[in-house]
Ligand binder design. Structure first.
Ligand code: HEC
Ligand code: HEC
Ligand code: HEC
Ligand code: HEC
Ligand code: HEC
Ligand code: HEC
Ligand code: HEC
Ligand code: HEC
Length: 421
């Protein structure tokens, strides 16, 4: 077994084994590990600076990023009057409020929530806007749902965002002072503290997720895109719902545990087969996938600095998968043509990879679902045995699961043994 004898952060090429061989040049995985460990040490003294400091040297990345949803999830309506989607001149029937009550607005894609400042904390109003249906809906996290509900009163105005939300919607939230370096998913949330890099730019003093091993790479995203809880709770007497103390380069696993699930049980967070049941479970799902184990990362498909495509996909959704998949690809699918795999005409919604491998079954608000990220095909047989929705009947909603299962069994190339179970 080779041992690492010396490994200095400033000169990653100074990593030699006990035989004097340069283990880094000969082994890319060692380079990652070596730099990662060294980087973790340097993080302790590192400082945050804010995304605007990155603008001068990375102008095009900054421009693209500044238009993404992640860069704009939280907005102050005084600075961005257009941030509020519904027309507030007509009071809503659930909890009437005016623009002046709103210190912050969160979200724009599926749902929008409104926050009032009381003292040095922010609290969610008990009403939200359903963007898809253009209607108001109540907003209150009910008993028996999220794990933290047991530790908080039912009243929204007793549920501050500092403990329950802000670690995932800001950079460097300080649990003592409640101050942030910036709101929203700034550059340093994914690249680590950047003050030293801004002074003396080098690859050695900033995290590039593309250079991390596959676990740490996707953990850059899993830190926020998951349902879980801190390993140690309460923290200074309060229950937090985000990975307090974590920053990229450290081990997320030392700070955060993914929400537990027992196979066979349908819960608030999981379907009986382990697939996510609610939104923000891309991380929980993806770590359970085959692609994850093959080194595919969240950013193999998403460019979080912003693209023209929905969900910041690297390519339009109907061609994205074909970069790595196709009839002759060793990654599958194993059929002579795509049509023989999908059994739907080319161009039909039923022929799109995502509609069968990423069905919209995870609830973000009642009546609005987002896509699963396990990528496995959920057989209609499981709808009957485990009460999990299957992709066929998401579209063929007028037909029973037994119809879909019977159709599948007719398809050449599909293993009857796998889809029957
Ligand atoms: C003064 C100019 C300057 C500023 C300001 C700056 N960078 Fe850089 N950055 C560079 C240069 C130059 C490189 C390439 C270094 C190299 O290849 O050795 C770089 C590289 C990077 C890389 C790639 C590292 C790698 O391993 O490939 C990342 C990520 C990065 N910068 C992020 C940031 C972030 C985040 C900020 C703001 C906190 C920032 N930069 C601010 C000049 C700058
Ligand atoms: C563990 C991290 C985490 C915590 C804690 C968290 N969020 Fe989020 N939030 C996310 C992520 C990731 C997304 C994007 C994915 C999604 O919407 O499921 C998001 C999205 C949102 C959106 C926007 C959705 C849209 O349609 O545009 C709103 C609104 C929101 N969160 C509100 C809250 C509130 C309120 C809390 C606290 C009660 C909270 N979040 C706690 C990570 C978190
Ligand atoms: C949500 C996480 C996230 C945010 C926010 C983010 N990045 Fe990145 N960045 C990544 C990931 C992941 C990679 C590696 C994959 C890639 O190149 O897209 C990366 C790669 C880079 C690189 C090296 C690759 C290249 O194209 O040169 C630079 C430089 C960089 N980011 C700068 C920035 C700057 C500056 C900001 C803010 C304006 C920023 N990033 C915001 C996740 C993020
Ligand atoms: C600090 C927490 C945080 C981190 C880290 C983070 N995200 Fe997000 N992400 C969010 C929030 C919050 C939203 C919701 C934005 C909204 O709806 O307004 C979001 C939204 C998204 C979206 C949906 C964008 C859209 O326009 O529909 C994608 C895709 C995404 N994130 C991917 C990633 C990937 C990939 C990474 C890792 C490289 C990552 N995120 C890291 C918090 C985070
Ligand atoms: C193999 C490709 C792939 C990988 C890997 C992947 N995603 Fe996605 N993601 C997609 C596609 C495709 C969509 C759907 C976009 C659409 O419907 O237009 C999506 C949608 C999303 C959305 C928006 C919610 C929705 O359902 O529309 C978020 C947030 C997101 N992904 C985050 C992540 C995170 C975080 C990871 C890693 C833990 C990840 N993704 C890994 C392909 C991928
Ligand atoms: C960056 C390359 C890459 C991209 C992009 C990609 N895949 Fe994969 N995919 C792989 C690899 C590698 C495997 C593993 C193949 C193996 O080892 O047999 C895989 C396996 C799979 C499998 C079979 C394993 C399972 O989980 O059941 C499915 C299904 C799948 N991918 C669906 C998709 C879909 C849908 C998309 C687009 C949203 C996509 N992939 C995009 C690389 C990719
Ligand atoms: C109409 C539904 C449907 C569509 C659309 C679909 N698949 Fe599949 N896919 C399946 C079924 C069913 C299986 C078999 C699942 C099993 O054996 O557990 C499968 C299996 C796979 C596998 C595993 C290897 C194999 O051949 O069994 C891969 C890889 C895959 N699909 C990729 C894709 C890609 C890429 C696309 C888009 C071009 C796509 N699929 C579109 C239903 C679909
Ligand atoms: C995204 C929506 C969508 C999904 C997912 C989907 N289909 Fe379809 N399906 C269609 C549409 C649209 C047609 C009409 C003909 C066409 O486009 O090929 C169709 C046609 C069919 C037909 C022939 C016409 C009929 O109604 O008898 C069968 C059988 C069928 N689908 C079975 C399935 C099975 C089994 C699955 C799951 C493996 C599935 N479909 C998944 C949309 C979908």
């Amino acid at each position: 077994m080779r041992q690492v004898k010396s490994c200095r952060m400033s000169q990653p090429h100074d990593c030699f084994d006990t035989l004097g061989n340069d283990i880094v040049s000969s082994n890319p995985i060692m380079l990652r590990l070596c730099c990662l460990t060294a980087f973790s040490i340097s993080l302790l003294s590192a400082q945050y600076t804010g995304s605007s400091a990155c603008k001068t040297c990375h102008p095009s990345l900054y421009q693209r990023w500044s238009k993404t949803r992640m860069a704009n999830v939280i907005r102050d309506p005084r600075e961005h009057p257009d941030a509020i989607i519904p027309d507030l001149s007509k009071p809503n029937p659930i909890y009437p409020f005016t623009k002046d009550d709103v210190a912050f607005v969160y979200g724009s894609k599926w749902k929008q929530r409104y926050f009032k400042k009381i003292g040095d904390d922010y609290f969610p109003l008990p009403v939200q806007w359903d963007v898809t249906h253009q209607t108001w809906a109540p907003y209150s996290v009910k008993a028996g749902t999220d794990w933290w509900v047991a530790f908080y009163p039912g009243d929204n105005f007793k549920r501050p965002t500092g403990t329950l939300c802000d670690g995932c919607h800001s950079v460097n939230y300080n649990i003592q002072t409640k101050a942030v370096t910036e709101w929203n998913v700034g550059c340093e949330k994914c690249h680590g503290p950047g003050a030293v890099h801004v002074q003396r730019p080098s690859r050695a003093n900033i995290v590039n997720p593309a250079r991390l091993d596959y676990v740490h790479a996707s953990d850059v995203c899993v830190q926020c895109h998951s349902q879980g809880r801190p390993l140690k709770n309460p923290i200074e007497g309060k229950y937090y719902d985000w990975p307090v103390g974590f920053q990229v380069g450290l081990n997320l696993h030392d700070y955060w545990q993914l929400e537990d699930h027992k196979l066979g049980e349908t819960t608030f967070t999981h379907f009986a087969d382990g697939t996510g049941h609610k939104n923000r479970m891309q991380g929980n799902d993806f770590v359970d996938s085959v692609m994850y184990t093959r080194g595919v990362t969240c950013f193999s498909c998403h460019d979080v600095h912003g693209t023209e495509n929905d969900a910041d996909l690297l390519k339009p959704v109907n061609v994205l998968c074909l970069d790595c998949h196709g009839p002759r690809s060793p990654n599958g699918p194993r059929a002579a043509s795509l049509e023989q795999h999908t059994h739907h005409k080319v161009g039909s919604p039923g022929s799109e990879c995502v509609n069968c491998h990423m069905p919209k079954i995870e609830q973000t608000i009642p009546g609005v679902n987002v896509r699963s990220h396990t990528f496995r095909f959920i057989s209609p047989a499981r709808t009957e045995s485990l009460k999990i929705p299957n992709p066929c009947n998401v579209c063929h909603a007028d037909k029973p699961a037994a119809w879909a299962l019977a159709a599948l069994k007719q398809w050449p190339g599909v293993s009857p043994w796998r889809i029957a179970e």
